[in-house]
Design a protein around this ligand. Structure first.
Ligand SMILES: Cc1cc2nc3c(=O)[nH]c(=O)nc-3n(C[C@H](O)[C@H](O)[C@H](O)COP(=O)(O)OP(=O)(O)OC[C@H]3O[C@@H](n4cnc5c(N)ncnc54)[C@H](O)[C@@H]3O)c2cc1C
Length: 391
């Protein structure tokens, strides 16, 4: 084999083109400098300061796939994955803020929005408006299309009544994509997506959840009480909201995979530096083979999850089927994140159990990866279906 044949080999799965590498590095540097010093304070206060959200806009990570002509960064889905990973390495709460903005809200508008809607909302979403994505309700989580929020047609408007639960970014958001049914008898074929601005009469952000993890990320109830929305704010077609929801969530879960590999990387970074410093029995605890092997296994699992997340994101950007890969990367990355964060707590000893050190938070944060954007059981359902096991 000549050297020339080696030169034309496709790149390794994790070798990123220069633009992606520089982008990921710059987002991580920002997170390390601007976010890391505030992680504890944000977790305690269960709040992301508005000024930090403003800096995320200035960094260009709030409108990654929005075309430059509309004020965005003109990137690909893969850039969103890299941003979510880099931010989550420092704080998964910031990771999910950016994830929902890009992989759900902007993604849905780019795909389903008409020209008028794109012109009205995308420049704002790129510069100063946070978005939220409201599908879940008290009675419909995994069974999302059993939702009961009603959109009654009145002339050229729809009037929405109902409640949404668990909505990420609600505290900060100016725009909400809200799913409601125009005809409960039609089942999923009645579901319709609406673009609702925060200040629309009849729309209110309700109670904020007090959570185990990702505490700084806001999760609230939404109350729609006769909220009148013009037909011009229907996203996609009336009765086709189920398609919008399925398709965006299929892509969004790759973002959650990215959040989880970022979290696991953060836990691993802390573990490696702590075990090198902490001395017992006259040496650094990293010198014990049992400790080394545990860390080596964590690094191996993290590497495997990263390959899975990147592969799913690449398939999505290339317009190739990615459904199973997305479900697989989310389930695996979220389990690995939980294991790596748990190991971090163990290897920090007593210090792993207290808030003065960063790993107990990552352990708490990891749990959400197996719940939102489709629980692990629901991901397994998707994978089993993809394998032809379901009739
Ligand atoms: C912090 C947080 C943020 C969130 N953000 C958003 C958001 O921004 N927008 C939004 O719309 N939603 C959001 N959610 C809601 C989230 O997507 C749902 O909580 C999730 O889909 C699970 O629904 P559920 O809580 O009703 O659980 P359930 O559906 O009641 O599930 C409970 C258990 O039953 C299992 N189960 C259910 N059905 C099956 C089945 N058919 N087979 C096997 N097992 C099954 C599940 O796997 C789970 O273990 C958020 C939730 C949280 C906690």
């Amino acid at each position: 084999m000549s050297d020339q044949s080696a030169a034309v080999l496709p790149p390794a799965l994790t070798s990123l083109p220069e633009d992606e590498q520089l982008f990921a590095e710059s987002v991580y540097q920002f997170a390390d400098r601007e976010i890391r010093p505030r992680v504890r304070e944000m977790d305690d206060a269960a709040k992301i300061p508005a000024e930090l959200v403003g800096r995320l806009f200035a960094l260009g990570v709030m409108g990654i796939e929005i075309p430059e002509a509309l004020g965005g960064s003109g990137g690909r889905f893969f850039h969103s994955v890299l941003a979510v990973e880099a931010l989550s390495r420092v704080d998964p709460s910031i990771g999910v803020l950016v994830d929902v903005q890009n992989t759900l809200v902007i993604n849905a508008l780019l795909k389903w929005g008409n020209d008028d809607q794109r012109r009205r909302y995308l420049p704002r979403l790129a510069t100063d408006m946070v978005g939220a994505y409201a599908l879940s309700e008290a009675g419909s989580g995994s069974d999302a299309f059993a939702l009961s929020t009603r959109a009654a047609e009145e002339g050229t408007d729809f009037v929405l009544t109902g409640r949404k639960l668990w909505i990420t970014n609600s505290q900060e958001a100016g725009l909400f994509i809200v799913f409601a049914t125009v005809n409960p008898a039609a089942g999923h074929r009645g579901i319709t997506a609406f673009l609702i601005e925060r200040d629309r009469p009849g729309f209110n952000v309700g109670r904020k959840e007090d959570k185990l993890g990702i505490r700084a990320s806001s999760t609230c109830e939404l109350v729609l009480d006769g909220c009148r929305v013009p037909r011009a704010n229907v996203l996609g077609e009336v009765g086709k909201g189920y398609k919008t929801a399925i398709e965006t969530l299929n892509e969004g879960r790759i973002g959650i995979g990215a959040q989880m590999i970022g979290l696991a990387q953060g836990a691993l970074d802390h573990t490696i530096s702590y075990t090198r410093e902490r001395r017992q029995f006259g040496k650094a605890i990293s010198q014990f083979q049992a400790v080394q092997h545990q860390i080596a296994r964590a690094a191996t699992e993290l590497h495997a999850s990263r390959l899975m997340v990147y592969e799913a994101a690449r398939l999505r950007d290339q317009g190739r089927p990615f459904l199973n890969e997305a479900a697989m990367c989310k389930i695996y990355a979220s389990e690995v994140a939980e294991r790596v964060a748990s190991l971090a707590v163990n290897l920090f000893g007593g210090n792993g159990f207290v808030k003065d050190y960063p790993v107990e938070k990552l352990f708490r944060d990891a749990k959400i990866g197996q719940i939102y954007e489709g629980t692990s059981n629901l991901q397994l359902e998707t994978i089993a279906k993809g394998l032809g096991l379901k009739s």
